[in-house]
Design a binder for this molecule. Structure first.
Ligand SMILES: O=C(O)CCC(=O)C(=O)O
Ligand SMILES: [Fe+2]
Length: 283
């Protein structure tokens, strides 16, 4: 049976400097409602904060390799992500993720020097993009909140293969408060170190749940065919830039990193409460 699909639509991104942030209080909701694919806030983080974190990450011994054995996709992370990985195909076990949540504040402090200020900066930026709604990690259990974000490194030659981030079905999301809306999920990340070249975020004009999206016999997304048939936005991000986009719906990937330098980012996901009164984000 043929499933009719809407004609491919080119992804639409707003791209503006942090100086213009206050004029974009409706941007996050526009992405949430699918009127916009996403937005880039250039130089969102102060250069000193970025330089300090990039240096600390380079020397850190806290890195783990959750996709070890996945050729070309061996991302390194600090902090477990609430996503499927090669190690945990159905997402992290609850106790592992709880440990990661408990370690988040100390880990963040070690990387930024002042973890509270870094978290406050992220909260303020996301809140402003959400029209002033409060933005914070939600409660995980009686004791913990969800970690605000995790850190990622893509070494030269590594990439993030095409995917969309529909993670609410994973076991760990039993801990997500019920007043949060699961129909939509946006991604955010900050670039702490751009690679020499490559490492762009590529977002395609096709939804991951579209039955017509090209797949390989292995059921993995067929990037070459997607590339040939759908419009794409290719975003090169500099140190300090913030990206927010509709990762829950749209197929996207990170192109292989080229040159000698690793690509360093930190980020996570977000959603609104069902009543739209607050923004919740987690890593
Ligand atoms: O580059 C990153 O840190 C993550 C890219 C991505 O797939 C996402 O933000 O959903
Ligand atoms: Fe993603």
């Amino acid at each position: 049976m043929n499933t009719p699909t809407p004609p491919p639509e080119a992804p639409r991104f707003l791209d503006f400097d942090v100086e213009a942030l206050a004029a974009h209080g409706d941007a996050l909701e526009a992405a949430y409602d699918g009127r916009l694919t996403g937005l880039v806030v250039r130089r969102a983080l102060p250069a000193e904060l970025v330089a300090r974190a990039a240096a600390a990450l380079q020397g850190s011994t806290a890195w783990t390799s959750p996709n070890q054995g996945m050729r070309g996709g061996e991302i390194r992370t600090i902090g477990d992500a609430a996503t499927p990985t090669f190690t945990h195909l159905r997402g992290p076990p609850d106790d592992l993720y709880a440990q990661s949540a408990a370690a988040h504040a100390e880990r963040t402090a070690a990387i930024f020097g002042d973890g509270d200020t870094a978290l406050a900066t992220v909260r303020r930026l996301l809140s402003t993009l959400a029209g002033g709604r409060p933005a914070a990690p939600p409660a995980f259990d009686e004791r913990l909140t969800w970690p605000a974000f995790n850190f990622r490194a893509l070494d030269p030659g590594e990439q993030i293969f095409a995917h969309h981030d529909n993670h609410f079905g994973l076991g760990v999301y039993r801990h997500m408060p019920l007043d949060l809306d699961r129909s939509t999920l946006l991604s955010f990340f900050f670039t702490l170190q751009a690679p020499e070249s490559g490492g762009e975020l590529v977002v395609y004009g096709v939804r991951g749940d579209d039955p017509a999206v090209p797949r390989l016999p292995s059921r993995f997304l067929d990037t070459a065919t997607i590339e040939a048939h759908y419009p794409a936005a290719r975003l090169a991000l500099g140190a300090g830039d913030l990206l927010v986009f509709d990762a829950g719906r749209m197929v996207h990937r990170v192109a292989p990193v080229e040159g000698a330098r690793a690509r360093l980012t930190f980020g996570g996901f977000m959603t609104l409460s069902t009543d739209r009164s607050r923004l919740a984000f987690w890593g």
